[in-house]
Each structure stands twice: as structure tokens, then as C-alpha cells.
Design a protein around this ligand. Structure first.
Ligand code: HEC
Ligand code: HEC
Length: 404
């Protein structure tokens, strides 16, 4: 753990060698450029083009009105400035739409990590009643009957199997094991097993194509990256033409006294894991986050241990996942790349400005003691001044891609 207290702070115009090391660890140069081994079309240009078509295609939804892009809006940083309650008032989604910048680098997906790959994540909103309310069977029907989609699909994954061409796929049909009386579940049960398997394969290929597209949404060229790339590993002085003095002070706080780097670590500004943020809405609701998600993740028929994964390795991160009461109320550490553009903040979407998030962090320890016995040891009382909060906000703004 980096507390900063044990180290004498260098003058404002210099960094210590330890600070240089931390700053370099956050640079986009260290982002992993490898393709996803569980997705054989990851990085494939034809899949990226097909996935982009699918991402913007409202026909993937049950009533033909909702695309992925209806919620993850390209001009709102692939997130959504509205809260879910105002976006879908007739439904009860309480979590805020996350941005898709750098989503390729996440280890787990959703705020609670209930899927383990980008492609298996993409399948969930399609069949979620509160999101697109479609079904895998209708997607198969759509791909077979829309020639422009079918051409793109077959060029990537080969000819649609004849047993699918012969089946009646027009009904909404998908498995709903927790509610077997649903008409869509009954319709699914009526399909022969071989047809179900062929539909599932096609469905996973749709997810893999969408994921190939999402992997291209990157925010890797920020002022901060340019700054850290120009730092020399063995020199304590730094270039002064990229970040303002306030941003430099904010950066020093981020890696030292404020301890942000303990969780927002590495080039994606996330440890990829889960922590308890002690939000009021969180501690008062029944949203147990990571705790409930583990069961869903381990029983997901499209997870990394399923036959739909293309990964060859026998080692799997799921082998290390277990349910523990400590995980109650934990949510994923989000990336901070392009953070100035992805408001509102937190899984609850309760903060409109970065300043509000920082004020919250500043007041956190009192709330922790009041409400919880649970300890999140990496969060501590910060006692930041108004100037320090301003400096952190300026630093966070330097994490915006130059194109934004
Ligand atoms: C009705 C709005 C809505 C639609 C439509 C929608 N999403 Fe989302 N998306 C959300 C919300 C809300 C979450 C967070 C839910 C949660 O964590 O429980 C989310 C989470 C995600 C995540 C997880 C990001 C991360 O960092 O973990 C990805 C990726 C994603 N959506 C992609 C898609 C794709 C691909 C589609 C289309 C197939 C889609 N979404 C359709 C609202 C939507
Ligand atoms: C204990 C780990 C931890 C530490 C330390 C930490 N964060 Fe976070 N951060 C998180 C988690 C987890 C979330 C998501 C919480 C949620 O939505 O419930 C988050 C959310 C955020 C968000 C909102 C992101 C979004 O997309 O909604 C910002 C901004 C942020 N943190 C900045 C900071 C800064 C700046 C610091 C240092 C003052 C810091 N964090 C310290 C774990 C941490």
C-alpha cells in the first residue's frame, strides 16, 4: 500500500524516482494490445465492421426500437448522461449506464462483474426485459432473413446450418430457468436440443462480433499519457508544457496522500476488482453487488468455462472465484480514462460532477463508521482542502483523450 507519509515529498517542480515509477505505470503504453483469446474474431476487421452494424441495430430488440447505442450513446462518451430511472421509467434498473471507453481492458463486466468476457456481456442486454427485451431465437431469425446481416455473418462464421434454416424461429424463445412459466421459456423448451445448440452458437457469435467492435473504443492518447511518456525513468525533473501546475499537484495527490492509485491503478486506472464504496444508496438498498453476481457468473452458460469460449488454456480466472460475505455491497473499480465526459458518476449515477465524487471521498470515513461494520481498508479519511479537491479535478480532466 502506498501511503506517501513514509516518503519525504520532493519539491513541487520535481518527482521522486518512486513517483516517476508510479506515473509511468499509469501510461497507456502499458495497456495490453492482445486480442481476447476467448473470442476468435477479436481484432478481426470484418467482425469489427459487423459488430458496429449490430451495435447500432434496433432490430436486435424485441420491439425493434432499442439498440445498444440507444443507451451507450457515442456522443455521450458511450455512456448516458441520464440516470436509468429517467431513461427507462417503466423499469427498475437503478444502475447507471457505464461508459465503454477502454472496456476491452476490463477483467469482469457490469458494475457487479456478473460476466467474465466482453462477448458474453453483450448477450445479456438483448434478453433483459428492462433493456432490449429480445431473444436469441429472434436474433437467429433476423440474421437468416436480413440479407445484409446474413452476408456479413456467413463471411465470418460460415454458412448458417441447415437445421436452423428449416426451423421456425419467429417466436420469442429463450431459457428463463428461474421463471419456467414464461411463454418465452416454454417456446424455448419446445425447440429440439440440436436447434437450441445451433441458436446458442449463433448467439455467442453475435456477442463476439459486437465485442470486436467495442474493443476499438479506446481513450489512449491523453495529455497525461504524453506527459508520462516523456518522463525519464532516471530523472526527477519533468516537462512543463503539457500539464498545468494544478494538474501536477493533483497527480501527486492521486499517487500519494489521496491514495487513489491503490484502486485506480495500472494503465486503465482500475485494479479490475471490487470494493465497497459505502454510498448511502448502496448501504440502504438490497443491491449486494459482487456478492449476488458470483452465483450468476458461475452458472452463466456463456462463461469462460463453457463450450462457447474459444480459449484454449485450461487455466481460467473463474477457478479463483468464490462467494464470500465480504463481497456484499462491492462494485467494480471503474476506469478513469475520459472520466470528465462520462457523468453522472458511480454505479448509482448519483454524482453529476467530479467535484461531488471527491467531496464524497473526503467525507467517507464518517459514513463508514456510522453504518457499517465492514472495513474497506483502502479507503481512509482524506481531509483534503478545497484547493486539493480542485487540483484532483484538474488532474482527472487531463485523462481525456485528445480527440474528445
Ligand atoms: C436500456 C439501456 C441499455 C441498453 C439498450 C444496453 N445497455 Fe449496456 N449497460 C446498461 C446499464 C444500465 C449497464 C450497467 C448494468 C449493471 O452493471 O448492472 C450496462 C453495462 C454494459 C457493459 C459493461 C461495461 C463494464 O465496464 O462493465 C457493456 C460492455 C455494455 N453494457 C454493452 C452493451 C451492449 C453491447 C449492448 C447491446 C447489445 C447494450 N450494452 C445495451 C444499459 C444499457
Ligand atoms: C478502495 C478503492 C478505491 C479508492 C482508494 C478510490 N476509488 Fe474511486 N472508485 C472505486 C470504486 C469501487 C468505484 C465505483 C463505486 C460505485 O460505483 O459503487 C469508484 C468510482 C470512482 C469515480 C466515478 C467513476 C465512474 O465512472 O462513475 C471516480 C471519478 C473516482 N472513483 C475517482 C477516485 C479518486 C480521485 C480517488 C482518490 C481520491 C479514488 N477514486 C479512490 C474504488 C476506489
Amino acid at each position: 500500500m502506498i501511503t506517501g507519509e513514509a516518503f519525504a515529498e520532493p519539491p513541487a517542480t520535481q518527482f521522486s524516482l518512486r513517483e516517476i515509477h508510479h506515473i509511468k505505470s499509469l501510461s497507456s503504453q502499458h495497456l495490453d494490445t492482445k486480442n481476447d483469446p476467448s473470442n476468435r474474431v477479436s481484432g478481426n476487421p470484418a467482425a469489427i465492421a459487423f459488430g458496429s452494424t449490430l451495435f447500432f441495430e434496433p432490430q436486435l430488440s424485441g420491439d425493434g426500437t432499442m439498440a445498444c447505442s440507444s443507451c451507450h450513446k457515442p456522443d455521450e462518451s458511450w455512456a448516458n448522461h441520464q440516470s436509468m430511472t429517467s431513461l427507462r421509467p417503466q423499469h427498475t434498473i437503478t444502475r447507471h449506464v457505464p461508459s465503454l471507453w477502454g472496456v476491452k481492458y476490463n477483467r469482469w463486466y457490469f458494475w457487479d462483474g456478473r460476466t467474465d468476457s466482453l462477448w458474453s456481456q453483450a448477450l445479456k442486454p438483448i434478453e433483459n426485459i428492462a433493456e432490449m427485451a429480445g431473444s436469441r431465437t429472434q436474433i437467429a431469425h433476423l440474421i437468416i432473413n436480413k440479407s445484409r446481416l446474413r452476408q456479413q455473418y456467413e463471411a465470418l462464421f460460415g454458412a448458417i446450418p441447415s437445421l436452423l434454416l428449416a426451423a421456425n424461429l419467429s417466436k420469442k424463445a429463450y431459457p428463463i430457468p428461474h421463471d419456467p412459466q414464461q411463454p418465452a421459456h416454454i417456446a424455448w423448451q419446445q425447440l429440439p436440443f440440436s436447434v437450441q445448440q445451433a441458436i446458442n452458437t449463433l448467439f455467442s457469435n453475435i456477442g463476439k462480433s459486437i465485442a470486436a467492435f467495442e474493443e476499438t473504443l479506446l481513450a489512449n492518447n491523453t495529455l497525461f499519457d504524453q506527459f508520462s511518456n516523456r518522463l525519464k525513468a532516471n530523472s526527477t525533473t519533468y516537462p512543463t508544457d503539457l500539464l498545468s501546475p494544478a494538474a501536477i499537484r493533483g497527480l501527486k495527490l492521486f499517487i500519494n496522500k489521496a491514495g487513489c492509485i491503490n484502486c485506480h491503478s495500472g494503465a486503465n486506472f482500475s485494479d479490475g476488482e471490487f470494493h465497497h464504496p459505502f454510498l448511502k444508496a448502496n448501504t440502504e438498498s438490497n443491491d449486494f453487488g459482487r456478492y449476488d453476481a458470483i452465483k450468476t457468473l458461475l452458472s452463466d452458460p456463456f462463461n469462460g468455462k463453457s463450450t462457447f469460449s474459444d480459449a484454449k488454456s485450461s487455466r481460467n480466472k473463474l477457478d479463483y472465484v468464490y462467494q464470500n460475505i465480504e463481497f456484499r455491497g462491492q462494485f467494480k473499480t471503474p476506469s478513469l480514462r475520459n472520466i470528465a465526459h462520462t457523468y453522472p458518476y458511480m454505479h448509482t449515477g448519483e454524482f453529476k460532477r467530479l467535484r461531488d465524487v471527491l467531496n464524497y471521498y473526503n467525507s467517507i470515513s464518517k459514513q463508514m463508521n456510522d453504518r457499517n461494520k465492514h472495513q474497506e481498508i483502502l479507503l481512509k479519511s482524506l481531509a483534503l482542502s478545497t484547493q486539493e479537491i480542485n487540483d484532483l479535478v484538474v488532474f482527472l480532466t487531463s485523462l481525456s483523450d485528445i480527440k474528445q
